[in-house]
Design a protein around this ligand. Structure first.
Ligand code: AMP
Length: 461
């Protein structure tokens, strides 16, 4: 079965006395982007040292692992995918020994023409280890005999369609590439240390905050950056399209609220989503409560705008994984109860507005509403701080198939009845745009999961 490179984070650091430790921390800060596997590859005296495993960063990497990962440069990756099997072969960074030396790579995103590329490569004799499209890149590099990694990468990248924010490390340099449409975030920073400064790259700025690195700028869509002991060189390998396709769902749900994503603070955009939602659809109620944690910033915005008091009506147990990552429907519903506990003292006899960032299958909201009623809520009005999710993402966010997305085949009224709410309203698409870009004329975002307007010619179904 094919695996998508869904929900991942990348990290890279060049020229740092504590490279593997910083990579560990950089991955730790980005754990929300993937919990299935993690890996670090360090560069020590021209050789790669590799350590990968299944599970969480803190469980895989202990002191002895980090001591083994010697060297002043490293790259790392966390990954989560439901579509493929949980194979350690799919865990990244992927590594290979090529004609011109060792190569390691970490990828966030999903290559939509991956199937076609895989078939072409297999016909030409390539042997694939795992089931991810990312491996195609290694084969392109293996087939290209030029001793110029930058040139090989530029040509390889031009064959890819879809989302890719990638970091490569050879025996003497590091390359960073972002796809021309800019689907996934990728940021560049600098860390000061006793020996000087090191360059760092990450999916989200929250990784820089933890390691005390300074944010320099985003990696531009269509840009390739080389980092080596000689410094940093940047080049554009592809034209910037008229409109970018930055993923709006990073702002809705996926990124951490303390990150700056696509130049905007995520907490602020989420709070605006709540404010706009309140402007678009308010209802008389006694209290506004979030579904923690994802609904908190938008519930604060909703409460501020509507002047209805904000309360933590549901308390979350933080030591349970996301309900979403449980394998079966029965365990998933059970998971909601383990994770979320409604507070009777806040809810009893109250008219409650509940805010969540999104409804996917509808399972979570149904369960939450039933728990709120059990806790004594008199009315439950569900408000969603994004438009109805009607289509899967083919660019790196894990969404179920279209038929499992409740809004793809049910009206808002039907969904309201299914989840058992007294009323249900979603943020409009114009409202979402306004919350993210304000009065800026251009909306340089992909919102295909809400509109069905996919920005690439091919995508997989
Ligand atoms: P569902 O029960 O399928 O409707 O799931 C809705 C919940 O899943 C919401 O609380 C969202 O915060 C959360 N969610 C939305 N998208 C994702 C995703 N890609 N991965 C994990 N959780 C998600």
């Amino acid at each position: 079965m094919k695996a998508w490179n869904e929900e991942c984070a990348v990290f890279g650091i060049w020229g740092d006395p504590e490279a593997s430790r910083m990579t560990f921390l950089g991955l730790y800060a980005q754990q929300h982007r993937g919990q299935e596997s993690a890996g670090i590859v360090s560069l020590n005296e021209g050789h790669h040292i590799i350590d990968k495993g299944m599970g969480l960063v803190g469980d895989i990497f202990k002191e002895r692992n980090l001591q083994r990962l010697k060297g002043k440069s490293a790259i790392g990756h966390v990954r989560y995918s439901t579509t493929g099997r949980n194979l350690v072969e799919n865990a990244q960074p992927l590594t290979a020994e090529l004609l011109n030396g060792p190569i390691a790579m970490a990828h966030n995103g999903n290559i939509v023409n991956g199937d076609v590329l895989r078939e072409k490569l297999k016909k030409a004799g390539a042997i694939f280890q795992g089931t991810t499209d990312t491996e195609c890149l290694l084969h392109f590099l293996a087939q290209d005999k030029r001793n110029d990694l930058g040139a090989c990468l530029k040509d390889a990248a031009l064959q890819l369609e879809g989302a890719f924010s990638m970091v490569f490390m050879s025996h003497k340099d590091m390359y960073i590439i972002r796809d021309p449409k800019g689907f996934r975030p990728l940021v560049l920073g600098k860390r000061k240390h006793e020996e000087g400064e090191s360059y760092v790259v990450a999916s989200e700025t929250c990784a820089f905050d933890l390691i005390g690195a300074e944010f320099i700028r985003e990696v531009e869509p269509g840009e390739i950056i080389k980092i080596s002991d000689e410094g940093i060189e940047s080049e554009r390998y592809a034209e910037k399209p008229g409109k970018l396709s930055q993923c709006v769902f990073e702002h809705v749900y996926f990124a951490r609220p303390d990150s700056e994503v696509f130049g905007k603070n995520v907490y602020t955009t989420r709070k605006s989503m709540g404010k706009v939602l309140a402007k678009e659809n308010v209802v008389e109620a006694d209290v506004v409560i979030p579904v923690p944690d994802s609904g908190i910033p938008s519930a604060i915005g909703y409460s501020e705008e509507s002047k209805i008091p904000f309360e933590l009506g549901i308390v979350r147990n933080h030591y349970v994984g996301r309900t979403f990552i449980q394998p079966s429907q029965s365990i998933r519903s059970f998971g909601v109860k383990i994770k979320l506990n409604p507070q009777k003292a806040i809810l009893k006899d109250k008219r409650v507005i509940v805010i969540d960032d999104s409804i996917v299958r509808g399972t979570t909201s149904k369960k939450i509403i039933s728990l709120l009623r059990q806790a004594g809520a008199k009315e439950v009005h569900f408000r969603v701080a994004s438009p109805p999710t009607t289509g899967p993402c083919y660019y790196g966010v894990d969404t179920p198939k279209k038929e499992q997305l409740i809004a793809s085949h049910q009206t808002v009224e039907q969904i309201k009845d299914f989840i058992g709410a007294d009323s249900l309203a979603y943020l409009s698409h114009d409202g979402l745009k306004h919350a993210v870009v304000g009065d800026e004329p251009e909306f340089n975002f992909c919102s295909a999961c809400f509109t069905g307007d996919y920005p690439t010619d091919t995508f997989e179904s």
